[in-house]
Write a protein that binds this ligand. Sequence first.
Ligand code: PEP
Ligand code: MN
Length: 269
Amino acid sequence: SDEYKLVSKKWKVSPTTIDLGDGVCIKDGDMAIIAGPCSIESEDQIKKVIAHLQESGIRMMRGGVFKPRTSPYAFRGMGIEGLKLWHDLASAAGIKIVTEVMQVSQIEEMYPYTDVYQVGARNTQNFNLLDELGKVDKAVMIKRGISGTIEELLQSAEYVFSGGNEKLILCERGIRTYERASRNTLDLNAVPILKAKSHLPVIVDPSHGIGIREYVPQMALAGVMAGADGIIYETHEVPEKAYSDGQQTLDFAQSARLADWIRKTFEMR
Ligand code: PEP
Ligand code: MN
């Protein structure tokens, strides 16, 4: 059978815990908060985000240094030098790094500076990339494909898992539907379904899911109530000046408030 197997609950009943070290975990029965800018932009920006995360008790920072942009003329990221700089600052602050890997050749150069390799929605079915990430002993977060089904996301996870890497996280980030009033359609149905089908932790990304800053908080909380094991969202000191995805990015005050609401909502779940 070509059905997914290893990521299924039929194969392993107990939920998989992702331990990033220093007491930072992503796991069932807990609420991971991952926040940061869409793109890493400068040393100054990194420092400001880290200070905000520390004040808010957030231990995982997201940010892209290799950015998949629709237009080739848009900002495409600081590259490996940006990641090195970020890693210096984040590790000194006890903060873990979640960042996108776009292609096989980047895996090795990113390795010393990365805690979670993010596979972006445009690469969910890049099977060569998934094969190679299967050989790495670091966590991988796979985002659902832009027009990908739940089944296809699980099959992509199966590629990494069957390659030998069991440190896997699934991420619902919205799918493309006929609806144009929002950037994507956040499929919250996927959360309980993924949790029922798989032992892997499930994270919700309301920023890319709806794409509109003012609605990110309520969709994040809806994700918590849907059963997510964590939320990943975009924040920046001045969202209007962000190099990418500013329209869906929270400022630090909004982010601090949201982190608080996420924790309170999780306690009520
Ligand atoms: C991102 O996290 O900034 C990103 C590009 O996400 P996605 O792959 O879900 O579009
Ligand atoms: Mn983004």
